[in-house]
Design a protein around this ligand. Structure first.
Ligand code: GUN
Length: 287
């Protein structure tokens, strides 16, 4: 059983980004990323701070825009309009999920697709479907594919099952897995799927993106499967100073012994997401 070390592979991606930032800077361009966060969700703030910190380590200019929960839709739209027109900003990210009164889709549609480093705008979704590489691919699924590639996992003709159909992970993950160059046979399972465990047991590659701690148990997993755990869930743990620990969507201890390879949580997919956000930002700046 191999534990896929996302931290290590992400570090390689970041090194490549740092080199490209150097080249851009020698041409007088400093890549700039704006990160917008509305509200006070503690996990979202941790992610956003981590993104901003990584920008600093790479020489990417970053701007964090923190808006209070009661910010109106129009105020958020105006922030995006301003960033669309700001030449120092090449990438814009609006952290998801926003508070319930905010219409996230309207904000995404307003983004300049050339600055949409999350790959959420319809133009970029369309380009992903069409396999047009000029678009931006969502960071988490891009990171998962990169992990599989780096681990030398044979994907061509493999049965891949993705659990979850979100716009951030499930849908783009399925598109990447079925794409040319990856060539997996893909099933997308979700909350209404019948016989879910039996469907998942067909998987050579199982991607869990559900958002429920420990949801994927050993009976979901075929011997020798590759398991990619996208979940990052906080569960109460009074033995920890901060009062919680992070666990994935996979019941790691019982699943790992059955696997050919598995991603841990933390230290698996999480660092890859940030690395590909940096990579997309460098691309947005022309690198
Ligand atoms: N929330 C969880 N993952 C992501 C992501 O990749 N981008 C944004 N904008 N929000 C997220």
């Amino acid at each position: 059983m191999t534990i896929l070390n996302g931290k290590e592979i992400a570090a390689e991606v970041l090194t490549e980004c740092r080199e490209k930032v150097g080249t851009l800077q020698s041409r007088g361009v400093t890549p700039g990323l704006a990160v917008v966060i509305v509200g006070d969700d503690p996990a979202s703030h941790v992610y956003v701070n981590s993104k901003v910190k990584t920008c600093g380590e790479l020489g990417i200019h970053s701007r964090k825009i923190e808006l209070p929960t009661e910010t109106t839709q129009e105020e958020v739209l105006q922030v995006v309009r301003d960033l669309n027109g700001d030449p120092a900003i090449h990438g814009i990210l609006v952290q998801s999920p926003p508070p319930p009164h905010i219409n996230e889709e309207e904000i995404i549609r307003l983004l300049d697709p050339r600055k949409d480093v999350d790959g959420f705008h319809p133009v970029n979704v369309g380009k992903l479907v069409m396999e047009d590489e000029s678009g931006f691919v969502p960071c988490t699924p891009q990171g998962c594919i990169h992990l599989l590639e780096k681990a030398g996992i044979e994907t061509s003709g493999a049965n891949a099952v993705v659990i979850g159909r979100s716009m951030i992970v499930g849908k783009p993950m399925a598109l990447l897995l079925m794409g040319k160059g990856v060539n997996a046979t893909v099933t997308v399972a979700h909350s209404r799927t019948r016989e879910l465990a039996a469907v998942c047991r067909q998987a050579d590659i199982l991607v869990a993106a559900i958002g429920k701690p420990g949801f994927v148990t050993a009976d979901f997993v075929k011997d020798g499967a590759v398991v990619i755990d996208v979940g990052i869930n906080r569960v109460e743990d009074s033995s920890k100073k901060r009062g919680f620990r992070l666990v994935g969507d996979v019941a790691y201890d019982e699943v790992a012994p059955k696997c050919h390879a598995i991603t841990p949580v933390p230290g698996g997919v999480g660092p890859m997401t940030i690395a590909f956000l940096m990579s997309n930002t460098v691309k947005a700046a022309g690198g």
